[in-house]
Design a protein around this ligand. Structure first.
Ligand code: ZN
Length: 249
């Protein structure tokens, strides 16, 4: 790290008092405007530090320095860095993106791009950057997530392949958990300690939720557009049972 990148907290607003970890934390500035500037400055500092950290991790990983003392990279991460392997991989991924010209600034942004190749990541970044520019903000992990979802929707429509079974899986998972929840509820209600609960009214509510989820679950490819996306399917390419029933009427 260069001296410019060291993590020092300068610009104290008032005389500082060292806290228990021995770092002097400046008091908050008076005005909202000053606070906003301070936060921008701090975040910038943190991001710079993150980038330096990412490069260090990438060097250890690529040059396989961890092999000196450890049998696995995972052990090195845990013992020497105190990080989980998943977190370090996320950082390494961010470092690789940086190298390839995708300007991720922290592991959260990298997570939003996880699993994409560099070309796809660039595309998603550019989409998010457009949105950020329109609103006069910097790219955030949330913007990347939304840009990625949009891109996936568009790609899916363009390829014309919609896997209803796959799409419906998370919905069915909710239905299954609700069923489990209902069974558990019944068990407790029938036990001594469940005396303050009344099973039936709660079971009815849980059943209602399960029904609502089932009706909204991906059911079939949109008959209007055959999956390419239209107003009828809200550009999803598939319709739920509820939509089918509504069209029948
Ligand atoms: Zn459609």
């Amino acid at each position: 790290m260069t001296s410019e990148e060291t993590f020092e907290l300068s610009m104290p607003a008032k005389p500082e008092q060292p806290n228990e970890i021995g770092v002097a934390i400046p008091d908050s500035p008076e005005s909202d405007h000053e606070i906003i500037n301070r936060v921008d400055w701090l975040i910038d500092k943190i991001h710079k530090c993150e980038q330096a950290k990412l490069a260090c991790m990438l060097e250890i990983y690529q040059n396989q320095y961890w092999k000196m003392d450890f049998s696995s990279f995972e052990l090195f991460c845990k013992e020497r860095l105190g990080f989980s392997k998943q977190y370090v991989y996320r950082c390494i991924n961010a470092a690789k993106m940086l190298e390839a010209g995708v300007p991720v600034a922290n592991p959260n942004q990298s997570l939003a791009l996880e699993g994409l190749d560099i070309e796809q990541a660039k595309e998603v970044w550019d989409r998010a950057a457009e949105v950020a520019e329109e609103s006069g903000k910097k790219v955030t992990a949330g913007m990347l997530k939304r840009a990625r979802n949009n891109k996936e929707l568009v790609d899916r429509a363009a390829s014309g392949t919609i896997d209803i079974t796959l799409l419906s899986e998370p919905f069915m998972e909710i239905v299954a958990s609700l069923r489990e929840c209902k069974e558990l509820l019944q068990l407790i209600c029938n036990s001594q300690d469940g005396v303050w609960m009344s099973y039936q009214p709660m079971a009815v509510k849980l059943r209602d939720i399960a029904e609502a989820v089932k009706f909204a679950t991906p059911h079939t490819q949109c008959p209007q557009c055959s999956g390419s996306g239209c107003a009828s399917c809200r550009d999803l390419g598939w319709i739920p049972k509820a939509r089918e029933i509504a069209s029948d009427q």
